[in-house]
Design a protein. Structure first.
Ligand SMILES: [Zn+2]
Length: 606
């Protein structure tokens, strides 16, 4: 008996010994693997980024060919690395290494399966869907054709309901042929996600947030509950204004708002109908940043310098010389370029940072420059980290910082930089409702939209939405979250989600939701900790070095820690909350409540 006991003990020791040596060996392999990934990234990424920069700045047959070759190879390589990373799932290692592996595993939004035929089918469908969107146009007759730009120019400006409906419906025709390829793409993508160890694409997409995906989805729903009363009050007032403009036949005073009347193709920003929903007491109260830029005759580069100065005023290091030499600031006359504004981190070892923008001298682009520089200063702050950690704490962070600064473009700030005088600043501050309304038609309106878009996708990815119900479920969600309806009964073969870029292009959208929420939490926390106790929309962090220190130290963490820890650096909390956006718009909400007193607000949910 004793002998047997000794044997068992020995056996147990032996196995545990061999287990631990096996573990050590596996951990060593893991470390070597991660080192190799880092080396490859340092060596190859700058070249791939250069190829990509050239292809966006010099659109020629050859530049596209070089990029497509690089992309194909680097996708295959990245897929192999995701797969290799999954092989270490059960190896015990440091938190930091585990994090790097998870980052590699979740690098894809639409992962190809480990099957060559399916992988190439997927890539073909993705290219096809992008091209269908990019070259999308609709002809009502031979000489009556429009692309997105053409239809948008009507939607954004017209006040003729029939013309608006026609333009909206015309653009949405482009979705129809996308339905079948989109569903096939999801089918293959789900298989790819499963090959990497996720239950489906939704599980993959929402596993990037340092908490179980279901928990994350519940937490973002909770935030929406906070914001909803503000949105509903705004909705109620806007619906009433549109009813006054168009009458009961077109705008049901108790129902959802028909999307084509909102001044934007997707009804995601309502700032183009500002004049219908708000009439200031006197015209003088508002200043026009576009006019100021033109009057001062600021060049495009001077606009960027003013934005850089904001970052420098709160303690950031100035941008490298190469930023000014290599960025694209204005639309070249001699060639076509991709004008969509973007921020680039081409070669972190040499701090090669650039923006690419065709700057127009107006208020919108002045804001966009701040947004893009938010990305650039983020890169600069985390470029010392290993490549896998060089990104935002989560994808919302990267979008949030530039927008955070635009909340600080207050009348007082504009006075400080010599854009307006004392008297103009005082007058503008007197019309707080005008200022807040302008912001809310963009910043509050986008919140339910940015939430519902990926909710719809999650239903499709998880197979909860049937093929027959794809378009209906889209409109059900738009009704329930946004109180918005289609202008007419949709045809059975419609696929309206396809008419929004991010659906055929597979760009996740939750990041914009997070950014919109976090931006106000950051703003409130930074203003409060610097002792500001006035209304939040009057607070500017310009020149506030303490606020800057918090932003810089948060940025410097990159993605090396769970986002909740980075979030805490600025806000002192780990929780997302809609309370800050509510606090920010408090004066507007009070005003809306008075306007809405005798109106019946809300709409019925389906
Ligand atoms: Zn951005």
């Amino acid at each position: 008996m004793k002998k047997l006991f000794i044997f068992i003990i020995t056996f147990a020791i032996v196995t545990s010994c061999s287990k631990s040596s096996e573990q050590t060996k596996q951990n060593e392999e893991l470390i070597n693997f991660l080192e190799k990934v880092e080396q490859d990234n340092e060596l190859l990424n700058p070249v791939i980024y250069s190829a990509s920069w050239i292809s966006s700045n010099f659109i020629t047959h050859d530049s596209q060919m070089v990029l497509s070759d690089y992309s194909k190879r680097s996708t295959l390589d990245a897929l192999q690395k995701s797969k290799d990373a999954s092989a270490f799932n059960n190896v015990i290692t440091s938190d930091s290494n585990r994090r790097k592996l998870e980052i590699l595993k979740t690098a894809f939004v639409m992962p190809p399966p480990f099957d060559d035929a399916l992988a190439s089918e997927l890539s073909k469908i993705e290219t096809k869907l992008s091209a269908m969107y990019g070259s999308g146009k609709y002809c009502y007759s031979e000489n009556d054709c429009n692309d997105l730009e053409g239809f948008e120019s009507i939607i954004d400006k017209s006040r003729d309901p029939d013309q608006l409906k026609r333009a909206w419906s015309g653009w949405h025709e482009i979705g129809k042929p996308m339905k079948d390829p989109y569903i096939r793409m999801v089918e293959i993508g789900n298989k790819g996600a499963q090959d990497l160890g996720f239950s489906d694409l939704s599980d993959l997409w929402f596993s990037k947030y340092d908490m179980p995906s279901e928990e994350f989805l519940n937490s973002i729903d909770g935030v929406w509950e906070d914001v909803k009363p503000l949105y509903e009050a705004l909705h109620c007032h806007v619906r009433d204004s549109l009813n006054n403009e168009y009458g009961d036949d077109i705008v049901d005073i108790a129902g959802p708002i028909p999307v084509h009347l909102l001044g934007n193709m997707w009804g995601q920003s309502w700032s183009n109908i500002y004049d219908l929903v708000y009439k200031p007491d006197s015209k003088e109260s508002s200043y026009d940043v576009t006019n100021i830029i033109l009057e001062k005759d600021l060049s495009e580069i001077e606009m960027v310098e003013i934005a850089e100065d904001f970052f420098l005023s709160i303690g950031f290091d100035s941008l490298p010389k190469t930023f000014w030499e290599r960025s694209l600031f204005t639309k070249p006359l001699d060639r076509s370029v991709v004008c969509h504004a973007s921020a680039w981190n081409l070669d972190p070892a040499n701090n090669d940072l650039r923006i690419k923008m065709c700057i127009e001298r107006n208020e919108e682009d002045f804001s966009t420059i701040h947004h893009e520089l938010g990305h650039i200063f983020y890169y600069q702050a985390y470029n010392h980290l290993p490549s896998l950690f060089r990104s935002g704490a989560n994808d919302g962070f990267h979008e949030a910082f530039g927008d955070l600064l635009t909340l600080s473009i207050t009348p007082d700030y504009l006075k400080q930089i010599g854009f307006i005088n004392q008297e103009q600043a005082e007058k503008a501050k007197d019309d707080a409702i005008g200022l807040l309304m302008k912001q809310a038609l963009e910043g509050v309106v986008v919140v339910p939209w940015a939430l519902m878009l990926d909710k719809w996708r999650a239903g499709v990815f998880k197979g909860e939405t049937s093929y027959e119900n794809l378009n209906n479920s889209w409109w059900e969600m738009r009704n329930n979250y946004q109180g918005i309806s289609a202008p007419d009964i949709r045809a059975e073969d419609s696929f309206d989600p396809g008419a929004k870029y991010h659906i055929p292009a597979n760009t996740p959208y939750t990041r914009y939701y997070l950014a919109r929420i976090m931006q106000y939490q950051f703003h409130e926390a930074l203003c409060k900790s610097s002792g500001f106790d006035g209304p939040l929309h009057e607070c500017s962090i310009y020149g506030n070095v303490d606020a800057g220190k918090k932003i810089i130290s948060t940025m410097a963490l990159g993605r090396s820690v769970p986002w909740q820890s980075a979030f805490k650096e600025i806000t002192g909390s780990q929780e997302l909350s809609g309370q800050s956006i509510i606090n920010y718009y408090k004066p507007l909400k009070d005003w809306l409540d008075i306007q809405n007193e005798n109106r019946s607000c809300g709409w019925s949910e389906t």
